[in-house]
Design a protein around this ligand. Structure first.
Ligand code: GLA
Ligand code: ZN
Length: 687
């Protein structure tokens, strides 16, 4: 809401970035291929290339011996065709000489085993040597390329993640704890509930990071360790960017975020809500398993939409798709190619949700090693007749017609609250059911009705401003601090509508339960209190009667004691049959709804339909369509850009209820139109 119709250019480019990871360092003995690259870049309608991601061994083949000439040429060649460079810092992988000479740069795993050199993303994030070395090479890169006209952005490291348990990291963790608990070991013991199984610490030196033995015992320790890992990763990043900020303050900085694949949920390893504050631009690597055999194309598209809306909302501005595959990957369980049309459709979906780029991993398929069969713009055949190459060029041509979309945002009246810490703590909790906690997936369940009705949603985090939203949905917010409770209370008091569910508000920021029943402020907001949580076996079912209709319930049900709340739905079965399952409560100027159990999708559709009507929530542009078609919009001060996307394998009729202009064909359209399988129409509607 805060960003109504504003344009924010996240880079200096006023066009959509199209291109991706380019590894000329693998081909330096093939000048003919490097020459072909430049020709093919033009032919594929690409314009931006990320270089140097894993090039450290080529940049610094021996300690203190640098080779930049090849990179100079890459910069100049790309610039000669009007292209731009996203320059990576190389810390994601390091040269063998460094691991050999300074073993402390190698990561130590949770079992306290130092890893051998090899692979990537396996460095210690505390090592002074590694920090010095990365800063040094970054400084040289900034000095040499900082003023090159092709330089568009910094891509710092690659997909930060993982943790190190070496002695240096243990010390850093203890220092972090001393700071957090003001040197008061008793405060730490209290916060971590350490008398449990005799875990009380009598000296700071006894504290160790979680290990495979007993790792799930002291939850406060686990939670603080995860927070430390985020902070230490950010601290490593901040060390890397010192020379970049100093020498190139005009060049924006990003690092590529991830998602956890199969279920396509936000990456769990780092708290991105904290990391986001240190970046100028959010970017992420999206690898959905299109055409898989366990979900519909539309259901997967919805999950992609959810993550996009989360990563966009982190900074409330456009983001970048830093990596995707134009065809297939090499690391899914089954590496299926995108069917014809899917690359175009999935690319446009990213733009629709706020991306100002379509960038690939990878430009050219490598000849050897583990990514030789990973999809690329240029295949081993080096051919422009390649189907994938042609589909990339088709995307490129379309993007050239969409440059007016750059910088526009997607204001929303609805927000869903996503919290990394709460998810960590919930997953750690020994209780409920191991397999059915599914916090991120539950949020997607609540996202569904809005996605199906084309109503824009922000997915925000607990520190963001709630006040601009009409509706705030915070399902399964297991961990919630007093501070957040106070902010939720204020939101409802000031005319906000809040929805919460089962397994919410159970523990504070130390993962300690609230004593005396549910927090009194939550009781006041909701006019009720949850008194028991029933966990069901996977095949158990109950039902909830809501407004005269019966809906299936599984996994969780909350027994509710009413105070001022109104009963909206009741359980049909079990020892709590005929007791409240769904409640609403007027609190000051606002409304608070509580959903006691995990209900089927149809319940969410019907439940949220009432709120949609009541709060006057609407799509940006009204387009009639059937199931599996998604309409997403970006809004400029003068017009709306609307993406109508068919995520089904069938033809789909759609109806534009007003006159619009097709941005690809230039034609004016209105009324009915048939979308082909996977077809997208991108239209502009003047306001
Ligand atoms: C990640 C990495 C890339 C590449 C791709 C392959 O996203 O950042 O370097 O390995 O995966 O899909
Ligand atoms: Zn370490």
């Amino acid at each position: 809401m805060m960003s109504q119709y504003k344009r924010t250019y996240i880079t200096k480019a006023d066009f959509i970035l199209h291109g991706g990871d380019y590894n000329p360092d693998q081909w330096l003995d093939r000048p003919d291929i490097l020459e072909d690259d430049i020709k093919l870049m033009k032919l594929s309608h690409t314009n931006t290339f990320t270089v140097g991601v894993f090039a450290w061994a080529t940049l610094e083949p021996e300690e203190g011996v640098y080779r930049f000439e090849w990179l100079d040429k890459v910069f100049d060649d790309i610039y000669s065709i009007g292209g731009r460079v996203i320059l990576a810092t190389p810390s994601g992988a390091r040269p063998a000489w460094m691991s050999q000479k300074y073993p402390e740069v190698l990561r130590v795993n949770a079992s306290r085993v130092r890893q051998l050199h090899g692979g990537r993303h396996n460095h210690c994030f505390t090592s002074k040597v590694y920090r010095e070395k990365t800063q040094q090479i970054n400084r040289l890169l900034a000095e040499r390329y900082g003023n090159h006209p092709a330089l568009l952005m910094w891509h710092v490291s690659n997909e930060y993640g993982g943790e190190c348990h070496c002695d240096l990291c243990q010390d850093a963790f203890r220092d972090w704890l001393k700071k957090k608990y003001n040197n008061d070991l008793k405060a730490l013991n209290n916060a971590w509930w350490t008398p449990f199984w005799s875990h009380t610490y009598s000296d700071w030196s006894q504290i160790e990071s979680p290990s495979p033995i007993g790792e799930n015992t002291v939850h406060g320790l686990n939670l603080d360790w995860k927070r430390f890992v985020t902070d230490q990763t950010i601290s490593f990043f901040e060390n890397e960017v010192v020379p970049l900020r100093e020498l190139t303050p005009h060049i924006p900085i990003t690092t590529n975020f991830m998602a956890d694949t199969y279920d396509l949920i936000p990456f769990q390893g780092l708290d991105y809500s904290k990391f986001a504050k240190h970046l100028d631009v959010i970017s992420w690597d999206a690898y959905p398993a299109w055409h898989n055999d366990w979900e519909s194309t539309a259901d997967l598209a919805m999950k992609v939409g959810f993550i996009n809306d989360l990563y966009r909302s982190l900074k409330q501005q456009p983001f970048l798709l830093m990596e995707c595959t134009p065809s297939l990957v090499n690391w899914h369980k089954v590496n299926k190619a995108k069917r014809p049309g899917m690359h175009f459709l999935s690319s446009m979906q990213m733009i629709a949700h706020g991306s100002d780029s379509i960038l690939y991993f990878q430009w050219r398929k490598s000849r050897g090693s583990s990514e030789k069969f990973h999809g690329a713009v240029v295949d081993h055949d080096n051919s422009v007749e390649n189907r994938v190459f042609k589909e990339v060029a088709q995307v490129g041509k379309a993007l050239e017609k969409l440059s007016s979309v750059v910088g526009t945002n997607r204001p929303a009246d609805v927000a869903i609250l996503y919290d990394w810490e709460s998810n960590w703590a919930l997953n750690d909790a020994q209780g409920f059911a191991a397999e059915t906690k599914r916090y991120p997936q539950t949020l997607v369940q609540h996202y569904r009705p809005f996605w199906e009705q084309d109503i824009p949603v922000d997915v925000i985090t607990k520190e963001q401003d709630f006040s601009g939203y009409k509706l705030l949905i915070a399902p399964m917010l297991y961990l919630v601090s007093e501070k957040t409770i106070a902010r939720l209370k204020e939101f409802v008091a000031n005319d906000g509508t809040l929805v919460m569910t089962y397994i919410s508000g159970l523990v504070n920021e130390h993962d300690l339960t609230y004593l005396g029943g549910w927090h009194k402020d939550l009781q006041e907001i909701f006019g009720m209190k949850p008194v028991e949580i029933d966990t069901l076996y996977p095949r158990d079912r109950n039902r909830v009667n809501y407004r005269g209709r019966s809906y299936e319930l599984k996994d969780y049900a909350t027994v509710i004691e009413l105070n001022t709340a109104k009963v909206e739905g009741i359980y049909e079965d079990d020892f709590y049959a005929n007791t409240p399952a769904v409640t609403s409560n007027q609190y000051e100027k606002g409304q608070a709804y509580y959903i006691g159990g995990r209900l089927e999708d149809q319940f969410h559709r019907d439940f949220y339909q009432e709120l949609i009507n009541k709060l006057g929530l609407k799509p940006v542009v009204s387009v009639k369509h059937g199931k599996g078609v998604s309409v997403q919009a970006r809004q400029a001060p003068e017009c709306d850009y609307v993406f109508v996307m068919n995520f089904t394998e069938e033809k789909q009729p759609i109806v534009f209820e007003s006159k619009v202009k097709d941005l690809i064909t230039g034609e004016e359209i209105s009324g009915e139109l048939i979308l082909d399988k996977y077809e997208v129409r991108i239209v502009e509607k003047k306001r």
